[in-house]
Design a protein around this ligand. Structure first.
Ligand code: 5AD
Ligand code: SF4
Length: 487
């Protein structure tokens, strides 16, 4: 499928190539059906949206929709939106204006207008508003109703009127989606797999519980079956996705419930699956069983994204995070004890209502104490309908800017030091493609750093030990040590 991915970087520090990984998620094959109708999906936001875009393409394939590269060529355009940070709604309306113009140009050229659908979290939160302000939109659908898309398209085509579906249905959308391709990146060797959605934690600043609904987990057998298909298709690394992925509690198919460590072990047993990652986790669900899994399951990569948001207990309480800074530090200590190689990534918000200079300094101190290999940091931005938006003591933009700069400077130093420290180490690299220069191949370290070596293309798809010799601007260079052939 064709996916236009644009990461809403906001004020985020853009570390390493993790964002590049997102951007590369545009893949897929064009069918050669003569009666094919063009489908163009524009994806904003997180990997879950990338995954959802691929699944929406899958459900529409039986209706003859095939990916096209531009909205000009498309009989249907889906705008898959993200609500998590600033000015999401305005961005959507401006993009819809552009799409409407393109649709009008198609009509003028005798091609017929395109069906315009808005999906994702902004659709969920502001569906009525979208139809009121952009009446030319045909379909508005929330993240829980993608499996109903074919029916909505048929209804929209018949009625010529708008269709809105942003319910949280009782049935799980996963059970209705075709077992087709999921979005895969980097030469089909790495893939994302959504295992859990929604969140019941209600952090003060966050829209997710309102847009994605309550926590739901897919069953273990369905996740394993999808992973098996991916591996049979050549995938060697799977990133398990969920807003609260470590709260995973899927039906185990035997009358019980499986947690994330159980699922990770089941996946690690799939021959050919080399690497497992998961994101995004919450500190409250980082239990000992999962920490132990990092010690006992070699396929579980030693790189964990564990957002802390703030280092101040007062602000963590105001954020309703349900843990203290000390508890976060203790989790990190236990993780490091279980898996000394583990590197950490996190999310931070500066300028949450009520944040004093002292609170912010506590965040800086937590960063200094822990040391992060990578981080995303944001200025707090009020999301309508969330508790923090209505709280007193909103922080001045200038103060937020200044704090964000200080925090990002510190995080950048830590990230640089982490990358520099790789020189002299030997790490397994999963080779995913050719390098830029002839004779070079490129892959990823366990920490998602791009690594280039001189080597044979036969190694693409394999994991090989590499001695890191040099740090480049956004990547590492190394030499092959020995080859480990995977099944
Ligand atoms: N303002 C700023 N950052 C936010 N995030 C979520 N909501 C907000 C908001 N209202 C950040 C959090 C979260 C990440 C995905 O986005 O740090 O972990
Ligand atoms: Fe949002 Fe908090 Fe849930 Fe994460 S845990 S999705 S920040 S409410």
């Amino acid at each position: 499928m064709t996916v236009e991915v644009s990461s809403d970087s906001g004020a985020a520090l853009q570390p390493g190539d993790n964002q590049a990984l997102n951007r590369q998620s545009a893949i897929g094959q064009s069918g050669d059906n003569m009666n094919a109708r063009g489908l163009h999906v524009i994806t904003w936001g997180c990997q879950m949206n990338v995954y959802d875009s691929a699944r929406m393409s899958d459900v529409l394939a039986p209706l003859g929709y095939r990916p096209v590269a531009t909205p000009q060529q498309a009989e249907m355009v889906i705008l898959n939106t993200c609500h998590i940070r600033e000015r999401a709604a305005e961005k959507v309306f401006s993009e819809l204006g552009r799409l409407r113009k393109i649709s009008d140009e198609r009509v003028a050229a005798g091609l017929g207008r395109s069906i315009i659908a808005v999906a994702g979290c902004v659709a969920q939160a502001e569906g009525e508003e979208i139809l009121a302000r952009a009446p030319f939109v045909d379909i508005v659908l929330g993240p829980q109703t993608y499996h109903r898309l074919p029916e909505m398209v048929a209804r929209a085509a018949r009625a010529g009127g708008a269709v809105i579906d942003t319910d949280f249905p009782v049935e799980m959308k996963f059970d209705f989606l075709p077992a087709d391709s999921a979005p895969q990146v980097e030469g089909n060797l790495t893939a994302f797999l959504t295992i859990q959605e929604g969140c019941d934690k209600f952090c003060s600043f966050c829209v997710v519980p309102y847009t994605r609904g309550a926590e739901t987990s897919r069953s273990l057998p369905s996740v394993v079956a999808e992973a098996r298909r991916m591996v049979q298709g050549g995938v060697r690394e799977i990133t398990l996705l969920g807003q609260n992925v470590n709260a995973y509690h899927g039906d185990d198919g035997e009358g019980g419930t499986a947690d994330l460590p159980t699922l990770a072990r089941a996946l690690a047993a799939l021959p050919g699956l080399e690497r497992i990652r998961y994101m995004t986790s919450h500190p409250r669900d980082m239990d000992q069983a999962l920490i132990d899994a990092h010690r006992d399951t070699p396929a579980l990569m030693p790189f964990l994204h564990l957002p802390v948001q703030s280092g101040s207990d007062r602000i963590l309480k105001a954020m309703n995070r349900g843990h203290t800074a000390g508890e976060y530090r203790a989790i990190i200590a236990r993780l490091r004890e279980a898996c000394p190689d583990i590197a950490l990534s996190s999310d931070f918000i500066v300028g949450h209502p009520g944040e004093t200079e002292e609170d912010f300094e506590a965040t800086m101190q937590l960063v200094r104490d822990i040391g992060f290999a990578q981080a995303f940091s944001f200025k707090y931005s009020p999301r309508p309908g969330t508790p923090a938006a209505g709280q007193p003591f909103q922080i001045d933009e200038a103060v937020k800017d200044e704090r964000l700069q200080r925090l990002q400077a510190l995080l950048r130093v830590q990230q640089d030091a982490f990358n520099a420290d790789m020189v002299g180490r030997t790490v397994p690299v999963l080779f995913t493609g050719r390098g830029r220069k002839p004779g070079q191949i490129t892959g990823r370290s366990p920490y998602l750093q791009p690594v280039h070596v001189e080597g044979s293309e036969d190694l693409i798809g394999r994991t090989v030990q590499v001695a890191i010799t040099q740090r480049l601007t956004n990547s590492l260079a190394g030499t092959l040590i020995r080859e480990r052939v995977c099944a």
